[in-house]
Every structure is written in structure tokens, then in C-alpha cells.
Design a protein around this ligand. Structure first.
Ligand code: AMP
Length: 418
């Protein structure tokens, strides 16, 4: 009988790649923690409505990519395609807008699901780390969020990152501009039908329509940042001044709309070279109307980003950094009689905080030493009959081959303190 395949577009992460995956996720989360963002966890599924109301009916995500199903209670549920909607839903449900002490600053990490055509950098299950700052209009918060994203990618080891920033203004001020854009699109001869369909749902979606010829068409379109209110203009200018002061290079990108309907004012994307079409490693922005879209009676602004772990790893792949050592010590028993002692020594080292492994299956000395090398350990600890008799352990530095004897009673303390 054939072994069932894993689901298409849902990758398995195995060692050593899974270790690099953790390192990237940790780098992102650490950066968030250093800026005062506290970890939250929300479910991987939500009522479908949460995404319909927030991500927006005009988006590719809602139109084509959601994993939506009915549960046994006939409720429509959807595997989360992104993080912000669920986090804001959780904040509202917990009454956060009325608890004082705003903004709250939260971070998250986990699996997300979109039914896309799998290709390099585009999967059906992928991982994001995100931050959301909720309950403040302060542009300093936007600058903090953008800077944290920039720093997070650097901490993960990514150097060649391009930051694009746009100003999408406030939704209540958009009507005029959208009329203008529609008039422009009405005047385009042979607007691709797919693009026409998209703009009927939301004219801004014409900017990310992929149909051939669209880039040239949109090159002549009126630009939203030229039509935002003075307050929105001032807001994003403040953000850019703060980024300038921090020496963060960015490119103003007046056609950047990103594939979600909820963005307002500051909207940004991080791109990495070498990834071809899927070059966005992360992005985000302000979403001042999202809470109201979800049914909250008052304004409850927010700003955040999501960085893709999988795509960052892909961008790092060419850097070819060495894989991390699996353990620090590897215990080798040269005689089957000594297996019990080897096991005890490995256990004691682990309790003392030294990552340790040993060989299994009664392997030859040669095979055990090979396993020790492969583990990436700094030390092989050799236990043979002569060592056992004299109450010592031979500590071999695997990089240099140097070895010395250490009293068995002191070896754990010595390696734990090294
Ligand atoms: P978005 O939520 O669309 O703004 O995406 C934020 C980041 O998540 C992107 O820049 C990617 O790094 C990552 N991402 C989004 N969709 C996928 C996918 N289908 N496969 C892999 N990574 C993804």
C-alpha cells in the first residue's frame, strides 16, 4: 500500500531546516518583545464572517483562497488566512478598548492557510510572526512598528531588504478619489475583464490586478496619496521623518495597496531580492476602521505587520549559513557494559543544561564517533573500561581532536560552566 502524501502546499519542516525555521521565528519574536509587544495566541480558525468583514470581499484572499468549511453544528468556519482580523476580534471580545492603558501591544506566531497555487515562496500552509498595536492614533507607533519589522528581518540575518511605504489615507475621505480612479478606468480601452471585475468590488484592487498590460494601465492612474486629507498627509510625513532619523531607507510607493481591504494611512511592505515574483517577505499598515468593520460601535485604531517565516528562510537560503549544532556533548561508551553509565552521564548533563546525546542500538566505537561528529557536538565524552576503573571521563574536543581526562565526578560541572 502506498504511503499517503502530505497535503500539497503544506511543507514538512525537518532538521536541520526546522532549526533554522525556529531561529527566524525567534529573531522576529525577540525583536517584538524588545519593543514591548506581549505574546498572544488566538485560534487557527474563526467564524468566516470575521474575515469577510475585515479582509474584505474584494480581495483574492476572500474571493478564492480561504479554507472554509461547515462544522458539525453547521457553522461556517475558516482556517485563518491572516492574523490581524482574529487578533482584533479577540481584543474586542475581551473589551480591550474600554480597559484603559492603551495602546496594547501584542505579538503572535503561527500557521496560516491560503488556497493558492503552490510555487516557490507561495504555500497553502505558511507561518507568520506578527505584531499589532491597538488603540492609538499616534504616528510614533507606526514608526515603531515599521522599525521593529526592519530590525526583525535584520536580526534574522536578512540584509538586502527594500522597504516600500504608501499613504492610503482615511476611508471616509476616499470617495472623491475612488470616483476619479473609476473615471480613469472607465476611459481605458480594453480593461482586462478580470481587472474590471476586481475594481467593481473595490477600485483600489485595480492596482494589484496581475492581468497582462495592467502595470502600464495603472502607471497613468491618479494616485491615492495625492488625494488624502491634510491630517493623513501629516501623519505619514511624521512616520517618515522618524524613519529618516533612524537611518531606515525606504521608497515611497504610491501604487502599493497590498492585498487586504482594511489598510488606512501608513501602509508598507518589506521586499527581499532573489525571490522572483514572491518577493514580499512581510508587510503591514494601519487599520483604523477594522474594529468598526467587525461591528464595534466606536473607532478603535490599530497598526501592525506580519512577516513570513517561510519566505524569509527562502531569502536567507543563498546566504548558506552553517546549520546549528544539535547538541553540545555526545557520550560514547566503548563497551556495552558501560551503557548504563553513559545514559546516567547524558542525563546528568541534560539536567545541568548541557544539550547532550548518545548513540543507540549498541553501535561500534567507530560508528559512535561518527554519530558524535555528525551531531555537531563540541565534545565527545568517552567512557571505556579503563576510564571507568580510574573514575575519569575522556573529554575529546571534536574540532581539534585534543583530548584530556577529567574526574567523572566533576565533568558535568565543568562542561556546564564552559
Ligand atoms: P500578507 O498577510 O499577505 O500581507 O502576507 C505577509 C507575509 O506573509 C508575506 O510577505 C509573506 O512573507 C507571507 N505569506 C503570505 N502568503 C504566503 C503564502 N501563500 N506562502 C508563503 N508565505 C506567505
Amino acid at each position: 500500500m502506498a504511503i499517503p502524501d502530505g497535503v500539497k502546499g503544506a511543507p514538512d519542516w525537518l532538521p536541520p531546516a526546522a532549526g533554522r525555521f525556529d531561529a527566524v521565528e525567534t529573531a522576529f519574536l525577540t525583536t517584538a518583545r524588545l519593543a514591548g509587544y506581549e505574546r498572544v495566541r488566538t485560534p487557527v480558525f474563526e467564524h468566516t464572517e470575521v474575515f469577510l468583514r475585515s479582509v474584505g470581499e474584494s480581495t483574492d484572499i476572500v474571493q478564492k483562497e480561504m479554507y472554509t468549511f461547515r462544522d458539525k453544528g453547521d457553522r461556517s468556519l475558516t482556517l485563518r488566512p491572516e492574523g490581524t482580523a482574529g487578533i482584533v476580534r479577540a481584543a474586542l471580545q475581551a473589551g480591550v478598548p474600554r480597559t484603559g492603558g492603551l495602546p496594547v501591544k501584542w505579538s503572535y506566531a503561527g500557521e496560516f492557510f491560503r488556497h493558492e497555487r503552490p510555487q516557490a515562496g507561495r504555500q497553502r500552509q505558511f507561518n507568520q510572526v506578527g505584531v499589532e498595536a491597538l488603540g492609538s492614533d499616534d504616528p510614533v507607533l507606526d514608526a515603531e512598528v515599521v522599525l521593529a519589522g526592519w530590525e526583525a528581518l535584520r536580526r534574522a540575518g536578512l540584509r538586502a531588504v527594500t522597504l516600500l511605504v504608501n499613504n492610503l489615507g482615511d476611508r471616509e475621505d476616499r470617495a472623491d478619489y475612488l470616483d476619479r480612479l473609476n473615471r480613469y478606468l472607465d476611459g481605458v480601452e480594453a480593461l482586462p475583464p478580470e481587472a474590471d471585475e476586481r475594481r467593481r468590488l473595490n477600485p483600489l484592487r485595480a492596482f494589484d490586478a496581475k492581468a497582462p498590460g495592467m502595470a502600464a494601465i495603472m502607471a497613468g492612474a491618479p494616485l491615492l496619496p495625492d488625494h488624502v486629507s491634510p491630517a493623513a498627509k501629516e501623519h505619514v510625513e511624521t512616520v517618515l521623518r522618524l524613519l529618516d532619523a533612524e537611518g531606515v531607507p525606504y521608497t515611497v510607493a504610491p501604487r502599493l495597496v497590498r492585498g487586504l481591504d482594511y489598510y488606512t494611512r501608513t501602509t508598507f511592505e518589506f521586499q527581499a531580492g532573489g525571490l522572483g515574483a514572491q518577493n514580499a517577505v512581510g508587510g503591514g499598515g494601519r487599520y483604523d476602521g477594522l474594529a468598526e468593520d467587525l461591528g464595534w460601535p466606536e473607532r478603535f485604531p490599530g497598526v501592525g505587520w506580519a512577516l513570513g517565516v517561510d519566505r524569509t528562510l527562502l531569502a536567507l537560503r543563498d546566504a548558506g549559513e552553517p546549520s546549528a549544532a544539535r547538541v553540545a556533548a555526545f557520550v560514547v561508551a566503548t563497551d556495552a557494559e558501560l551503557t548504563g553509565r553513559a545514559f546516567a552521564l547524558a542525563s546528568a548533563l541534560r539536567r545541568a543544561g548541557v544539550a547532550t546525546d548518545l548513540a543507540f542500538g549498541g553501535r561500534s566505537l567507530k560508528a559512535q564517533l561518527k554519530a558524535a561528529d555528525r551531531s555537531g557536538a563540541t565534545w565527545a565524552l568517552l567512557l571505556g573500561p579503563s576510564e571507568a576503573e580510574r573514575g575519569v571521563v575522556t573529554v575529546k574536543e571534536l574540532r581539534t581532536g585534543d583530548q584530556r581526562e577529567v574526574p567523572a565526578a566533576g565533568v558535568v560541572a565543568e562542561l556546564a560552566g564552559a
